[in-house]
Each structure stands twice: as C-alpha cells, then as structure tokens.
Design a protein around this ligand. Sequence first.
Ligand code: NAP
Ligand code: ZN
Length: 347
Amino acid sequence: MTTTVKAYGAVSTTDPLEPMTVERRELGPHDVFIDIDYAGICHSDIHTVRGDWGPIAYPQVVGHEIVGHVAAVGSAVTKHKVGDRVGVGCESGSCGECAQCLKGEEVYCLKGNIQTYAGVDLDGTITQGGYSQATVVDERFVLSVPESLPLEKVAPLLCAGVTLYAPLKHWRAGLGTKVAIIGMGGLGHVGVKLAHALGAEVTVLSRTLAKKDDGLKLGADHYYATEDPQTFEKLAGEFDLILNTVSAGLDYGMYVNLLAVDGTLVILGAPTEPVAVDAINLITHRRSIAGSANGGIADTQEMLDFCAEHGIVPETELIGADYINEAYERVLASDVRYRFVIDIKSL
Ligand code: NAP
Ligand code: ZN
C-alpha cells in the first residue's frame, strides 16, 4: 500500500508552489522510509519547476537536499535502522551494475540514474522530492548524517556540499593549490568552506564586494569583484582550479584566462547557454574546461564525514513552507545568506 504524505509543489512553470500531497511507494525489501525534518532549496529546484531545463510533468514536488529520521526499514535493509539520522541527495537510484555504479559513481550511471525529483522511478512514475513529510528511498542512496552535525543545517550538504566536494577531490585541491570559486551563493559558500578546510588557497570571484566580509570569514583568502575589469588583469594565469557555480550564462573565455598552465575550469552552475571559449587560450596553456555533477554516494558520505571532522555546516536561513515562494524570488535575486532550509514540520 502506498502512503499519502503532505508536500509543497509546483502545478505549472508560472504559478506559485502550493500545498499538495504525494504518494510514497510501499516499502520494498531494500527501502528505507524516512520522516523528513528539513529540506534545502537548491537553485536547481527553481530551474526545474520553471522549466528552464525543458518541460516537466506537473504537479511536481522538488527538493534534493533532504534530512530526516528513519521511520521504517524493509526486510533486507542492513545499512540503516529505525531512528537513524539520514540524508538523501540528488539521486535516489541507479542500475547498480554498470562500470560507473560499481566504482561508486552512481551519479554517472551509464544507464541513467534516478533523480530524486522529476526523474523516472523503476515503476515508471515521476519521482517527487523532499519538500514533503516523508519519502521512500533505496538504502544504497540513503546517507548517514554524523551525530555532531546539527540536522537543521546539514540538508544543503546533500547537494551543494557534494557538488563542490567532488570536483575539489577529483582535481586534487589542497595545500599548494590555488582555487577560485565563481559565485558566492548556496554552492559557492560551501565551496569556500570545503576548499579552505582542504588546505587550498581560496579566492572568491563574486560580481561585487557586497559579500566580501562573509567570504573572508568563511575561509576565503582573497575576494574580488568580477564587475571590475581590473580583476581579470590582475588574476590572469593565477588558478589551478576554478569552480563556476553561477546559475546564469557567463563569458567563460574571461575565466579561462585566469587559469594557470594545466589549470581546469569546472562548470557546476547549469544555465542552458552554450559554453564558448577561444581555442587558442586553451591550447597555449594546456588548460581544460570540464563539467561535474554532484557526486557518487561514497563521495557524499565522505563529504559528510569530512564536514563533521572539520565542523563545517552551511550558512542557512530556516523558513516555513508558506515562505517557499518568497524564498525562490530571493534566490533569483541573489538575496540569500546562503541557503534556505525548509522546516518540514511547517507543512
Ligand atoms: P544560488 O544560491 O542562486 O547561487 C548562484 C550564484 O551565482 C549567486 O549567488 C551569484 O553569486 C551568482 N549569479 C547569479 N546570477 C548571476 C548572473 N546573472 N551573473 C553572474 N553571476 C550570477 O544558486 P546555487 O543553488 O548555488 O546553484 C548555482 C547553480 O548550480 C544553478 O545553476 C544550479 O542549478 C547549479 N547546480 C549544479 C549542480 C551540479 O551537479 N553540477 C548541483 C547543484 C546546483 P554572486 O552574487 O557572488 O555574484
Ligand atoms: Zn541541488
């Protein structure tokens, strides 16, 4: 039997989100039933419900930064037990058999993973996300939240955290590397904390200096305004790794020029505009442009444990469900310090 739970979701690309209900599947042997406590608001939620990435089916409940408690487990579940503090991120399923899944990189599943929302579930239904009272997820995709991390602040780590941690790890950011983060928003501010904790020299590239004090407090060594053309002269050839978290299109070529020899610009922000750069500027410095999607389950757990070890939590503003639409407008206006988290009790 399915379970009906309260949720808050979109009915069209333009209407405000509204209260609704969703059905959660009957608990299978490998499933975990999670009572959700908090859900973060990621800019991807807004891209999705507003149709920025193409048409979706409505009604749609989004939210892929989910934390809560285990309320029930299927008969074969071994990884979690009732009462555990757990999290769910952007993916809730994958084939489990392809080379990427076997490596623990479920996010790059060769058969296509199951997105936590707006994805196609095994039974053909559209997945519904975390702005809801409860969810049912395969135990492989349920993360353990370390006891020392305050649950109310942890949710954004499930997407924003791992989306920055995975490329920092993949491109070996650490002592002796110079890392720049473009965009001081939900993703960017967590990136500053993580890169600093990994030992890298961290620079924030924000449009203005309005958030400079915060950036330096969170661990940045330097902070520059990208609206100032001198920034691009001063920092030419400077960085080993640039992580772009901007939700809108950018003149990527300007940022390629900030890469050192062998440097990489990693695109994390996901606008739909194409990436155009001058080939010569890549060739002459053996520079790369790459993309990166959140992260595999192993990296996500490693990131949570790393955050516990280093006392890292996102800067959050806790809101009730009735504030979600206003929060969306504030995210779009970059008026968020630095992640909204929905108190699911308020549903
Ligand atoms: P966010 O909180 O809105 O932050 C985005 C930041 O980008 C803003 O704080 C702002 O930084 C900058 N920005 C916004 N509009 C801009 C513009 N027109 N020109 C230049 N800079 C602008 O969003 P988020 O939740 O961090 O997500 C950022 C992007 O990453 C979204 O596109 C989201 O879909 C994507 N994303 C990708 C993945 C992945 O797996 N790769 C995962 C999660 C999210 P400043 O004010 O500092 O300039
Ligand atoms: Zn996200």
